[in-house]
Design a protein around this ligand. Structure first.
Ligand code: PLP
Length: 444
């Protein structure tokens, strides 16, 4: 810790100012770090630098938004060009049309799309659309699946949710969600077959929090089958997985098309933005002419920064590159190499932890509770839902993160992170070295 504070004095000074004006001195809960987080001065490709000049291999990746790596030259050029033309119009513009065309081209379920300013807003609107479309109130969600921070999805957003109420969220709103575990899809199927008040089934196709608690095989197909049969909206949260799990998101990778999906992060090319996309007839509830033709009230959807031109400029460039250069595949391949290399460190150092991850995500499980874990064969699904909760939490998590940071690698608190299309052999090598040193220090 003394070491950390000595190396990051500039960040420490900024934190002292920040804590006076920002709750916890931060602006997003996931950026919280004890004693304080680094303050980043610049980022390029797979690397970033803090205000003290320390360099890090970055696996935060802008909370998963930066599939193209930081400051991609084509994205920066597009945003600069747009800056000269205006930062915000409050009017329709060509880039939003091109952006929507690209989303509809890439995402299998996207017949129409409506842009929002964030994933949370997209999540909120998608639930409203599903309720209005079905005329039902209840939403089936899964424990640990995160869909943003609005009231409808606040309860159950972490895997250790114990059923208690959420401060500031009225209980009647929380009660509109039915929270299910993911290790028994049969229970969800039975629930949907026995009730007539369910508007949507909403889930992360990666499993909870980008795969920290993966979904059992067959889960998504079972949900697709029962929702189709029962006229319930299947709502896939592709905020993380969209354009990452494949160029067409998890739905393309799985070959299973939802009725509705939400997108954010990569969809806006590293600038703020989100989207709801899906079946025309569901999206048409926001459409003036379609609503008038059906003699029903249109669902209102304002939003000052919807399809902001700077975001649209970044998005059109980024999504064109995702389409033309197979960037998701490239990142997936590097992440698979990284996971194998990290697993090898654990094997060589005889550490009973696990490494797992799908697509371009990786996760370290430092605490597989009560299991005699062999890193060579570790499979989070075999641990079971209850044990998984403990496997990725605990005091070790913070120590691993700080250990890696002291060797120039910054991961998310999971512990884990996202690989971009710009990460490569040099980043893997540095991460392997950092994990080895961290493990050895923890053993000492
Ligand atoms: N859904 C998922 C799966 C997410 O990971 C997130 C954010 O991390 C959200 C929704 C909310 O998106 P935003 O942070 O843009 O509001």
């Amino acid at each position: 810790m003394t070491d950390y504070k000595a190396r990051t004095q500039g960040s420490g000074a900024l934190f002292e100012r920040a804590r006076k004006v920002l709750p916890s001195g931060i602006t997003h809960d996931a950026r919280y770090l004890d004693p304080y987080s680094i303050h980043v001065a610049k980022a390029k490709g797979p690397r970033k630098w803090d205000v003290d000049g320390n360099e890090y291999v970055d696996y935060f990746g802008g909370h998963g938004a930066m599939l193209l790596g930081h400051s991609h030259p084509a994205v920066i050029d597009a945003v600069k060009r747009q800056m000269d033309l205006g930062t915000h119009y409050g009017s329709s513009h060509e880039l939003e049309v091109r952006w929507a065309e690209l989303v509809c081209e890439l995402i299998p379920s996207a017949e129409k799309v409506r842009f929002t300013a964030s994933g949370t807003e997209a999540s909120h609107m998608a639930i409203r659309l599903a309720r209005a479309y079905t005329g039902k109130d209840k939403i089936v969600r899964f424990i640990g699946h995160f869909h943003g921070w609005h009231d409808n999805v606040a309860a159950g957003a972490t895997s250790n949710y114990d059923g208690s109420s959420v401060p500031g969220v009225v209980q009647s709103v929380t009660d509109l969600s039915i929270l299910m575990p993911t290790d028994d899809v049969g229970a969800t199927v039975k629930l949907l077959e026995s009730r007539d008040d369910i508007a949507a089934v909403m889930f992360e196709p990666s499993g909870a929090s980008w795969g920290q608690v993966p979904l059992p095989p067959g889960f998504v197909q079972a949900i697709r089958d029962v929702t189709a049969k029962r006229g319930v909206v299947m709502l896939m949260d592709e905020v993380i997985t969209g354009f990452r799990w494949s160029s067409g998101g998890a739905q393309k990778a799985l070959g299973i098309t939802p009725d509705l999906c939400i997108l954010a992060k990569i969809v806006a090319g590293g600038l703020p933005g989100g989207a709801v996309a899906g079946k025309r007839e569901i999206l048409d509830q926001i459409d003036h002419a379609a609503s008038a033709a059906k003699k029903r009230d249109k669902i209102a959807h304002p939003g000052t920064y919807n399809a902001n031109p700077l975001s649209a400029a970044a998005a059109v460039t980024a999504l064109s590159l995702v389409r033309d250069e197979d960037l998701a595949e490239k990142a997936n391949k590097t992440a698979a190499e990284l996971r194998a290399a990290l697993r090898q460190v654990l094997i060589e150092e005889s550490v009973p932890w696990g490494v797992y991850g799908d697509s371009s995500a990786f996760l370290i499980y430092p605490n597989p509770t009560g299991e005699d874990v062999n890193p060579a064969t570790f499979d989070p699904l075999k641990l079971g839902f209850a044990k998984l909760k403990g496997a990725k939490s605990g005091a070790l998590t913070g120590k691993i993160r700080m250990g890696l940071m002291s060797h120039g690698v910054d991961i998310m608190g999971a512990p884990g992170g996202f690989v971009s299309a710009t990460h490569g052999g040099a980043e893997i090598e540095k991460t392997v070295h950092a994990l080895r040193q961290t493990v050895r220090a923890l053993k000492a």
